[in-house]
Design a protein around this ligand. Structure first.
Ligand code: TMP
Ligand code: MG
Length: 217
């Protein structure tokens, strides 16, 4: 019987308009087309699911009143809805490239003043990413990007707070091989892409001796 090597779970994190969607697409297409790795791209929030429809409404309508704690739990529920699919894709050998995950959940809710540790709890038990690329862009720099301001959280002052809460993960993960901070300021899209690719390939090589177990958050 042929043993299928599981896929890797790769997450991109960062502020709104930081370039993570562009970078995640570039990595996915490189892996698929140049390295012939089976790849699937996913994103959170998944706006198509039951919870995702509520989240979409909330994000697009700044006037919608809803408790911060409750929306935090719905963002987490949105990830739990996908948990089984994620597990089955990884086990069948598909590498997942995921635009935002549980770190967004904590970073954005903590930026509103909710307790950092409380925010982590609803995601505990979800599949832990193998590698998280944090695109570290300056909140002031990205405000001029196209369409900025179209959704609820796209305000410079709030994004600065989100940046501070991502900073806590950055600190916690300093010596952690599963977290990679990529400085965005002053770099071209291509430069960032090659840095990410380089880190990905090194990580994959370092894990070539069996990385079959899936850890949990
Ligand atoms: P998007 O811009 O990547 O589609 O994400 C939508 C917004 O939702 C973005 O401002 C980040 C925010 N968000 C949370 O507040 N909590 C979460 O758990 C996730 C995944 C996103
Ligand atoms: Mg956005």
């Amino acid at each position: 019987m042929q043993v299928v090597k599981r896929g890797l779970f790769i997450v991109f994190e960062g502020l709104d308009r930081s370039g993570k969607s562009t970078q995640s697409k570039m990595l996915a297409s490189y892996l698929e087309n140049e390295l012939q790795v089976p790849v699937k791209s996913i994103c959170f929030p998944n706006r198509e699911s039951v919870s995702g429809k509520t989240l979409n409404q909330y994000l697009q309508n700044r006037d919608m009143k809803y408790p911060d704690e409750a929306i935090h739990l719905i963002f987490a529920a949105n990830r739990w809805e996908m948990r089984d699919q994620i597990l089955s894709d990884l086990k069948s050998g598909i590498t997942l490239i995921c635009d935002r995950y549980a770190f967004s959940g904590v970073a954005y809710s903590a930026a509103k003043g909710l307790d950092f540790e409380w925010c982590k709890n609803p995601d505990r038990g979800l599949v832990k990413p193998d590698l998280t690329f944090f695109i570290d862009a300056n909140a002031e720099t990205i405000k001029s990007r196209s369409d900025y301001g179209s959704e609820r959280y796209e305000r410079v002052e709030f994004q600065k707070k989100v940046s501070e809460s991502y900073g806590k993960f950055k600190q916690e993960a300093e010596a952690d091989e599963h977290w990679v901070t990529v400085q965005a300021d002053g770099k071209s899209i291509e430069e960032m892409h090659s840095e990410i690719l380089d880190k990905f390939i090194k990580y994959r090589e370092s894990q070539s001796e069996g990385c079959d177990d899936l850890d949990k958050l």
